[in-house]
Structures are given as structure tokens and as C-alpha cells.
Design a protein around this ligand. Structure first.
Ligand code: PLP
Length: 390
């Protein structure tokens, strides 16, 4: 049996390949500490689990869910958006629950891009974006992200003929993998660019609520007129330690929300209602819950930053997100560095190139392991990197 040409061209998902490598090591008896995926280890809030449990016992909730998502979740999202960003959304026309933001991001190009259309694509980037564009028959034009420019793309450097063919511009702040946040002024510039070139802005805000020192990253929809040209993805996964629930939301431009509802109703049948009810409950949690949870990540961030620096690696202190993005010692390929580290210490970090060629020279280290394991990982890394042997 032959797979489709479309699938044959698709690279294997880096994280799946890397997870296999980690599984092999574990099968060999190695005690692997994985700082590779951003998979929150902290528990889902008990209020959310209670809501899930009660809802699951209601026979009505065991039936097919509605295609456009439950009104209760769309309304809870609108109330959260107004509280968090000061932006009013119409729950009926501007919000669509998705099966985790990954699913929504992966399907979006099918709703908005035709064969040969151009996607303006940051590099490095969350790998789902270029894959989704390729599956829809689109082509990516790289926008390099650079530390010296705050990991923001230079929209003025995009040639006019490329801008004319562009259909989508992908942005992600707080950024994975770099941890950068975008200032309001950058979003103003991006919205102007989108208006000028008739481009849809696709902003991924999966890390909106994992922030440090009280940072409050803005939504792109705070910019006046943004909803004419922009959609934004949100996710419960990292925000409320609910990665396994698979609940996210697409918000913004009503035409795109309607198009995605039409597309998805032909592909899937929504999210188990109890998960939507639990997600709506999570969105009502007070800021104090987020602050307490973020304080745990902040302690881990500080411990890892100190360790990386002690080992001679350059690293910025991120204001948000679940990762550090240190530079690896000069002259090494990031894949070699990560594989070598795994081999010698049993510590798994993600090679920067998993996020595109722009990630060369970096690795991504996740904060989502308990403190004791994190300390152990640091100790093991010190034993080889400190001696310049990783
Ligand atoms: N966007 C970014 C930047 C991510 O890093 C991730 C997951 O790691 C996602 C989206 C997908 O999150 P989910 O599908 O769990 O909502």
C-alpha cells in the first residue's frame, strides 16, 4: 500500500521521533529525565475535576456535543477575555472551541489558504504551523527571528511581491521556543501590515497565562480594528495544567470562525461536553490560582537559568512560557548536543532545530518536571558540560 504523496512529503513529527528515542533509552534501563516537552506536571485544579466528574454523570453530556461548542464554554471564554484583556467578544460569532489549539492551528490553513498561497512564517516556530500550511498546499516564506531584535520578525524586510502573495502571517507570543513576549507596539505594526496587504494574522497565544513577575502579555485583539484581520488561539493546556483535556479556543474574525466551524463540522464532532464544562470552570478561577502556580515555574526557571549560566551557556531570563532557550557552546550542532547529552546523562532537552533552521545553536529546556528531578538534571548536566565535554 502506498501512502499519499502529501503524507510522504510530511516529515515525521520531531517530538514523536524524540519520544521514541527517550523510550529506547528507558527500555535500556536509563533513568531518563525529560526536559523536552512542555507537558505540565502540576495537577489540574480540583474545582475543574469536580466539574468534570459531575458533568460526566449527566446522561445528556454523554451524547454528541454541538459542532460550534457549548454556549457555556463560549460564554465563559468571552467573560475571561473581557476580564483578562478588556476585549469584548461575541460568543456566538467570534469564539469556537477546538480540540486543543494544535488541532485548530493544523486545520486553519485548510479554511483560509489555497494551493500556492504564501504563509509568512517565523523561524524558529512551533512546528505544526509549517506542516499545516504544507498540507493545505501553501508555501512558507521564512521570517527569521533574532535575539537582537527581541525575537520579533522584521515586517519591513518582507519584499512587496511576497507580501502581495501572502495570505497568512503567523505569530506566537509569548513565544515558543524563545520565551519572548511581544510589546503592544509590535502588534499595532502587525495589524497595520495585515490591513495594508490583506493578510490574515494567526496569533497563537497558548502561553498567555504562564507568566513571571506579574507580566500580562497582551492579546493582538486589543489593537483597534484587529478583529477585521486577525484570529487568536488560546489553550487550557498550559494555562490550567489541562494538557490531556484537549481544549482550546479560536477567537476573533467572525468570517474565519464561521469557516472553521464549517470545516470542522465536516471532520470532527466537537469536544466531550464534560471537558468543555470543566474548561469553562477553569476560566473562572481567580488570578491568585495562576499566581501561585506561576510562582512554582518561576522558582524552577531561576534554578535552571543559574545552572545554565554556571555551565557557561548564555541564556535570557524569559518573562513567560515554559522554557529556557540557552545557546549551546559554539561550533556544535544542536541535534548533536542534545543527543550527546541524552547519551551521557540521561537528560533529554529539545534540539533547537526541531523548531526550524533558525533554532540552530540553541536547545529548549522545559520547566515541566518536579523540582527534585530538575535538580538532579542540573547536577547531571554540570558533570559533563562543565567539563566542556557535552
Ligand atoms: N502552540 C504552541 C506554541 C505550543 O507550544 C503548543 C503546545 O506545546 C500548542 C500551541 C498546542 O497546545 P494544545 O494543543 O495543547 O492547546
Amino acid at each position: 500500500m502506498e501512502l499519499s504523496r502529501r503524507l510522504q512529503q510530511l516529515p515525521p513529527y520531531h517530538f514523536a521521533a524524540y519520544a521514541r528515542k527517550i523510550a529506547e533509552k528507558r527500555a535500556e534501563g536509563v533513568d531518563v529525565i525529560s526536559l523536552s516537552m512542555g507537558d505540565p506536571d502540576l495537577p489540574t485544579p480540583p474545582e475543574v475535576l469536580d466539574a468534570l466528574d459531575a458533568a460526566a454523570r449527566q446522561p445528556i453530556n454523554q451524547r454528541y456535543p454541538e459542532y460550534a461548542g457549548m454556549a457555556a464554554l463560549r460564554e465563559a471564554t468571552a467573560a475571561w477575555f473581557a476580564r483578562r484583556f478588556g476585549v469584548e467578544l461575541d460568543p456566538a460569532r467570534e469564539i469556537l472551541p477546538v480540540i486543543g489549539s494544535k488541532e485548530g492551528l493544523a486545520h486553519l490553513p485548510l479554511a483560509v489558504m489555497d494551493e500556492g498561497d504564501v504563509a509568512l512564517m517565523p523561524n524558529p516556530q512551533y512546528p505544526v504551523y509549517p506542516t499545516a500550511v504544507a498540507l493545505a498546499g501553501g508555501a512558507c516564506y521564512d521570517l527569521p527571528l533574532d535575539a537582537t531584535a527581541g525575537w520579533l520578525p522584521d515586517l519591513d524586510a518582507i519584499p512587496t511581491d511576497v507580501a502581495a502573495r501572502a495570505k497568512t502571517l503567523w505569530l506566537n507570543y509569548p513565544n515558543n521556543p524563545t520565551g519572548a513576549c511581544a510589546p503592544h507596539a509590535f502588534f499595532e505594526r502587525a495589524v497595520r501590515f495585515a490591513h495594508d496587504h490583506d493578510v490574515l494574522l494567526v496569533h497563537d497565544m497558548a502561553y498567555a497565562e504562564v507568566t513571571f513577575e506579574g507580566a500580562r502579555p497582551p492579546s493582538i485583539l486589543e489593537i483597534p480594528d484587529a478583529r477585521a484581520v486577525a484570529v487568536e488561539f488560546h489553550s487550557l493546556s498550559k494555562a490550567y495544567n489541562m494538557a490531556g483535556f484537549r481544549v482550546g479556543m479560536l477567537v476573533g474574525n467572525a468570517t474565519i470562525v464561521e469557516g472553521m466551524t464549517r470545516l470542522k463540522s465536516n471532520i470532527d464532532t466537537g469536544i466531550f461536553r464534560p471537558l468543555q464544562i470543566a474548561a469553562a470552570r477553569a476560566l473562572e478561577l481567580p488570578q491568585s490560582w495562576l499566581d501561585a502556580r506561576n510562582a512554582i515555574y518561576q522558582r524552577r526557571r531561576d534554578a535552571l537559568v543559574a545552572a545554565c549560566r554556571a555551565l557557561g551557556m548564555q541564556v535570557e531570563v524569559p518573562q513567560a512560557g515554559l522554557y529556557l532557550w540557552p545557546r549551546i557552546p559554539a561550533g556544535q550542532a544542536s541535534t548533536d548536543f542534545a543527543l550527546n547529552l541524552l547519551e551521557r546523562t540521561g537528560v533529554a532537552v529539545t534540539p533547537g532545530t526541531n523548531f526550524g533552521s533558525g533554532g540552530e545553536g540553541y536547545v529548549r529546556i522545559s520547566l515541566t518536571v518536579p523540582d527534585a528531578q530538575l535538580d538532579e538534571a542540573v547536577a547531571r548536566m554540570s558533570s559533563v558540560i562543565g567539563a566542556g565535554r557535552a
